[in-house]
Design a protein around this ligand. Sequence first.
Ligand code: SF4
Length: 477
Amino acid sequence: PPAESISLAEFESFAVDRLRLLKVVENLGVSYVRGGDAYKAKLESELRKLKFPYKALVEDDYDARRKDHISHFILRLAYCQSEELRRWFLQQEMDLFRYRFNELTDVLRQKFLDHVNLSFEAISEDLKNELANELYTSTPGLSMAKVKEQMFYKVGLSDAVDLFRARRVFIKDGFAFVPLKDIDAIVLNNYRKNLSKALALTARSLPSIQSDERLQPLLNHLSHSYVGPDYSVQKNTGKISLEHIDALSVKSFPLCMRQLHRALRDNHHLRHGGRMQYGLFLKGIGLTLEQALEFWKKEFIRGKVDADKFDKGYAYSIRHNYGKEGKRTDYTPYSCMKIIMSNPPSQGDYHGCPFRHSDPELLKQKLQAYKVPPSGITQILELVKGMHYQLACQKYFELTHDVDDVGFSLNHPNQYFAESQRILSGGREVKKEPTHLGNSQQKTNSQESVNSNSAPISSNTTADSELEGLEAYFTED
Ligand code: SF4
């Protein structure tokens, strides 16, 4: 692990950039063939953009390598906290490592193996020619021409157990002769084992790190972290009219919000978790405070809540969401990570992410009801099984908008909405609807425009802790 001192600002920005990188790795791994030309080109461009080393061991860019090293260890701290987080982090780091390892030249690959004490030594051309027949007959999938072309490594049997068991490798004098095409699997296995062990060890030292009040909120937030715009920007405020919400919920809402909207219309009520998740989403798509009050009240009084009870029990919390009560914090809509990772729904709740929190059979039925084609449903369920919930949602977007490639990496329900509107309006912003309510919303606090290159972690951390304080106002279910 790195031993130098760094500022908190650097700590945060390194971690956020690596998280962005790992998100891209996850996305590319699902959208492209790993190791294919498009995959490599896109990953290289992202590495350059985020200023990480893109040709490992070749460049002499100290800053990029330093950032690479430190950011990896910061995310270890943030992502060792649960089995689910560890698995996600391991998978993305492995894919990144595979890409980098395969990009190395033969000389650098050997240098790397020596450096990490994996004493796999490439055999000489003479020895390879001498053993060519044995190598050819013992290594499935290699023609004689390929045997001549490929490098072979002499590997101790304990490192090549899988190949040895599957009778896929030539053995002589206690060594396996492994072709280059299989060596990366051995190295990766080794890397997985070590990283997995390291994450378990890091998890044990967490209590001492968590007692550091500067790091604890940062690390906690990173593991739920969202690294795009926070959609607190009110640029669409007043551009949505209440009459259009039903139609919009079908066309442009992500599944989580469509589910909440349906439940609200059916039951004329939503419990606390649902009101928070849906209410802030609606605020993010442009509902003014006045519209929000009208929207929720109309629906609630159709159920068991009368107007007076609504005004006393619920209106306060809606004004609170808009920063008009209590600490006057202008709350930001929840990101996918926040929805996926925190506050799972229980019986009678409709909040959460259906890709993460619904039973697969129920999810399948829902998708069928929403006319998603069977082949698409299979793809979505596969992604869900692999725990790629946001990618499953992206697939749902593609299928419901009839596009082959969403062209963005989904991280936020409001981003889903904005992208959907962009496509449906032919590349333009949400159309301004004539509305008597107009744009009367005034921001009262500091969460003004935050663009995707900024790191909203600190501000969100504050908002998160304040949100917790807000729970008290929502005792009424
Ligand atoms: Fe909603 Fe995000 Fe889940 Fe999609 S992935 S359903 S936008 S929480």
